[in-house]
Design a protein around this ligand. Structure first.
Ligand code: BTN
Length: 328
């Protein structure tokens, strides 16, 4: 085995061994033997991982050890917690938008379930043409490729599955109650901690969906320089950076995937609507319906089977909203 050009998955192999024995020493020769390469190749892979930010300690005669408080997002780190089948996870240090990368992969026939994650997005996209603030190492910016057998009219179900899955995963990992603000924002304590953007390619001839890119952005740690002015009053993060939450983002990513895939497999199940409604931030409350024409006050009454929001207007009429912006 030549050490000159490293075999493409050697770095992942070394990382997998270190991850599995996190906090413990593992010798270079043991890794070399298990991965069928030279010790020099192992050393090179370790060097690359360190350059990527992994805290790996090397001690003479003892070998290498991955710090247990390592907080880097990695495919291996996520696979450890996965209970569902995910064909591939790609983690980028920085990219414009994970949705854009995954769309290219979709066009190249990547399989359903392919995941792209970034530590930072320079052009993170939100709904309605907005920017999604995605600073380095503070969030979980993740896109999942789906090839659903759904009618165009059912595309919204993908987003609602994701909203319920994210809310459950947040609660499981933090103990903080997570609510869904129709249509698909996740709120903790009256502030937004996650946004979801599904972008789909439609097959107009058959009124079906070719593929959908489900993009999930979760504010995990408070950003170093605070949130930008425009969102400071509405946005929040789940944790403080100073807290040592070992492997938090890897676990959260895996749990979002575990839960999402479960709902996605039974996407037309009524249970989804019930869970969605149970977690609604809006039902029973006075809301503002925002539109180009201005703001109208209403009461949120219900969410129907097409995930439309039923509202009681001030003039006594009821309306069903199928998209748009509301605030509380
Ligand atoms: C919103 O709040 O309006 C939706 C935000 C969606 C953000 C996620 S982060 C991962 C994926 N890539 C993007 O560019 N956007 C989504």
């Amino acid at each position: 085995q030549s050490d000159k050009g490293m075999q493409p998955n050697l770095k992942e192999g070394v990382l997998a061994l270190l991850e599995n024995g996190k906090g413990q020493d593992i010798s270079g020769s043991e890794m070399a033997e298990r991965l069928h390469v030279s010790r020099n190749a192992i050393w090179k892979a370790i060097k690359q991982l360190k350059e990527e930010g992994y805290q790996i300690e090397a001690a003479t005669n003892r070998g290498y050890c991955l710090h247990s408080d390592n907080n880097i997002v990695s495919a291996q780190g996520i696979y450890k917690y996965l209970t569902v089948d995910i064909p591939g996870i790609e983690v980028h240090k920085t990219t414009v938008s994970t949705n854009t990368i995954l769309r290219e992969k979709a066009e190249e026939n990547s399989p359903e379930g392919t995941v792209v994650i970034a530590e930072e997005q320079t052009g993170g996209r939100g709904r309605m043409g907005r920017v999604f603030f995605s600073p380095a190492e503070t969030g979980l910016y993740m896109s999942i490729l789906l090839r659903p057998q759904l009618a165009v009219s059912e595309a919204l179900n993908i987003t609602t599955c994701a909203a319920v899955a994210v809310a459950e995963a947040i609660e499981m990992n933090t103990g903080i109650e997570a609510q869904i603000k129709w249509v698909n924002d996740i709120y903790c304590g009256n502030k937004k901690v996650c946004g979801i953007l599904t972008e789909a390619s439609f097959d107009m001839e058959n009124m079906g969906i070719n593929y959908a890119i489900l993009g999930i952005g979760i504010n995990v740690f408070q950003p170093r320089n605070a949130f930008p002015d425009e969102i400071r009053d509405v946005a929040d993060a789940l944790l403080n950076k100073e807290d040592n939450h070992e492997d938090f983002r890897n676990r959260l990513a895996a749990q979002v995937l575990n839960r999402f895939m479960k709902y996605y497999d039974n996407i037309n199940d009524r249970k989804l609507l019930e869970e969605y409604k149970r977690r609604s931030l809006l039902l029973g409350r006075e809301i503002n319906i925002l539109s180009k024409e201005g703001t109208q006050k209403a009461t949120a009454l219900d969410i129907d089977e097409q995930f439309r929001l039923k509202v009681l207007m001030q003039d006594g009429t009821t309306k069903f909203l199928s998209s748009g912006e509301v605030s509380v």
